[in-house]
Design a binder for this molecule. Sequence first.
Ligand code: PEP
Length: 260
Amino acid sequence: MKKPLIAGNWKMFKTIREAVNLVQTIKAGIYKITDCQIVICPPFTALAGLSPILADSPLELGAQNMHPENEGAYTGEISPLMIKEVGCRYVILGHSERRQYFKEDDIFINEKVKTALRYSLIPILCVGETLDQRNARQQHEAVKLQFEQSLKDLTKEDILKTVIAYEPVWAIGTGKTATPEQAEQMQSYIRRLLKEKYGDEIAGKVLILYGGSVKPDNIGELIKKPNIDGALVGGASLKAESFIQIVMNATKALEAEAAR
Ligand code: PEP
């Protein structure tokens, strides 16, 4: 069975001191958890300080973005080498806020995904439709295009080292979660795209997360769905109690499912 993955995307929140406090509380709250992969993605400035604190815990470190080159004259950017050096194993790529506010397109995101894999970083690739696309019933086309272009040229070995996060843009930071049925419907579609490209066995092994207003009270129903392998959590990962509760509720729901 796949181990679920819960990742916290802190966005542009938390100073170094705040980040250390938050991680210490989360670490104390989840030290017994062994059946869930837990990833924290703080701002770049907090990565180096958090790395030693996470070393003796089940928590792993991720960055929220990176540039596709390993060095160069790219003022204000961070390279894969730099995030690796401070202990990151994961990197979020193609988040809708990067697409929307920083005009990142699928071709650029694809370069980043390929570079991440070259540096043995696990990309958490975000895809998801806007509200206008859903209202126009174009959500499948939108996600398919992002899937095809952002994951272009990835081999079977590459896709096994990649995590996909379905994040409908209309559900991010809005308090409006996709229903478990809506999320499952799109995530089974993503699984189908994976099967068509890589075959059933490989497609079955790829983790597909759901993201969009995940909270302690909705994670249980979401994670029980067969194609929801975990969650990418924004707002609710900024408070230790809610993030810990999300992890606990996810593992409890999966245990209950397994016992049925
Ligand atoms: C996100 O930023 O990836 C996200 C899912 O945010 P939120 O949980 O706040 O909707």
